[in-house]
Design a protein around this ligand. Structure first.
Ligand SMILES: C[S@@+](CC[C@H](N)C(=O)[O-])C[C@H]1O[C@@H](n2cnc3c(N)ncnc32)[C@H](O)[C@@H]1O
Length: 364
């Protein structure tokens, strides 16, 4: 396993060094992140490492909500069912389905109601894993490797937006730079060049400041908005509205790596061997969708959303260990507050189940 990981890293290192050389010695960080995560066969999400799971002993790197408790998918399914009703559709589209756990949980609830469940998955290795988990629903589940031209149905994506490549910008001595990668003595190293790029909210004060720009996630939302002819979309992820994201005190940005259930801040070490992620700027996501004609249906913390969908009542009937796993989804100190749910609808607005109490769209 170790040998496999180090051969992936050295092959990816060579690929990245070639790209740096082609770019006259400089590669913008978003291009680096795209290679480190998605280079065919080598990038973190394209290679065969385990990634998702609850314990480091399983060889996994981090845990996501559907891995933590099946109540996540069961509660989201109730919201999706309502959205299918309101939009008069019968299909689900899931982006980046990981181990297939969320699809499995939702199909357990929605199987008779859903005609087709399509997973848009970039990774061939993950698609294979999903095919095994979803074998009982083989007649309904299909896979696509890119966004289709036209879509009807309810879209879901858990922790997908945070995995989209970001640009890094750094204010140093009151001048803005774009941060990229160079190669020094055979090693990957940071390199900054002056830029006209700015965060959507320029942080007040004069301190040095590092942050991320989410052009790719916003382009993804625009494309989704253009192609979703009928339906709704729900994205769950960690992040903030822009005023909080680009707060003067958040001067180190939010970029983070995950390996073996430990977080570290160095994406240049061991490319392909760990996840690289940043928090989501939910205002940017909402504005991109709205500008392309897809208005916001609701925005709430994950805790509030799941409580609105009835998670507390469901928890009560579970044995204690499963109750405490589900509790982590809603607890303010764990995933309940940092994680948010943002939703969009094509067509008439309705007072959606998950946002009935505690909707925070006004905070975007
Ligand atoms: C952190 S994982 C989350 C996996 C899963 N949803 C879960 O909750 O366990 C991020 C996933 O998003 C996928 N992803 C990123 N960009 C994507 C895109 N444009 N289309 C489809 N999937 C994408 C990645 O391939 C990866 O599988």
């Amino acid at each position: 396993m170790e040998n496999h990981a180090s051969s992936v890293t050295s092959a990816l290192h060579k690929l990245i060094a070639d790209q740096v050389a082609r770019g006259d010695g400089w590669l913008p960080f978003d291009r680096y992140m795209a290679l480190a995560l998605y280079a065919p066969g080598l990038g973190y999400y394209a290679n065969t490492s385990r990634k998702f799971g609850t314990m480091p002993g399983s060889g996994s790197d981090f845990v996501t909500a559907p891995e933590m408790s099946p109540l996540f998918g069961q509660c989201l399914a109730l919201q999706v069912e309502e959205a299918l009703e309101h939009t008069g559709t019968d299909e689900i589209w899931e982006f980046g389905a990981g181990s297939g756990a969320l699809a499995h949980q939702m199909l357990q609830v929605l199987d008779p109601r859903v005609r087709r469940y399509t997973i848009v998955e970039l990774s061939a290795a993950l698609r294979e894993r999903q095919q095994q988990v979803l074998a009982p629903y083989a007649d309904k589940v299909e896979w696509a490797s890119e966004l289709p031209g036209k879509m009807r149905g309810v879209v879901v994506g858990n922790e997908v937006l945070d995995a989209m490549p970001v640009k890094l910008v750094a204010r140093k001595d009151m001048r803005w730079h774009e941060r990229g990668i160079t190669v020094q003595d055979g090693k990957l190293a940071w390199s900054d060049v002056l830029t006209h790029l700015r965060p959507p909210v320029v942080p007040t004060g004069q301190q040095d400041y590092l942050t991320e720009l989410h052009h790719q996630a916003q382009a993804f939302m625009r494309t989704l908005a253009e192609r979703l002819e009928q339906g709704a979309a729900f994205f769950i992820d960690y992040g903030f509205p822009e005023a909080e994201y680009y707060h003067p005190q958040r001067h180190m940005g939010t970029l983070m790596c995950h390996r073996a259930h430990q977080a570290d801040p160095d994406p240049l070490e061991a490319p392909g061997g760990k996840d690289i992620t940043s928090h989501v700027d939910f205002t940017g996501i909402a504005v991109a969708a709205q500008d392309a004609g897809l208005p916001t249906l609701g925005f709430a913390t994950q805790g509030r959303f799941l409580i609105n969908c009835g998670i507390v009542e469901r928890m009560a009937s579970l044995p204690l260990p499963q109750q405490s796993a589900a509790q982590r989804l809603v607890s303010e100190h764990e995933m309940g507050e940092l994680f948010k749910v943002i939703a969009f609808q094509r067509g008439a607005f309705w007072n959606a189940l998950g946002f009935r109490y505690g909707d925070r769209t006004h905070a975007l």
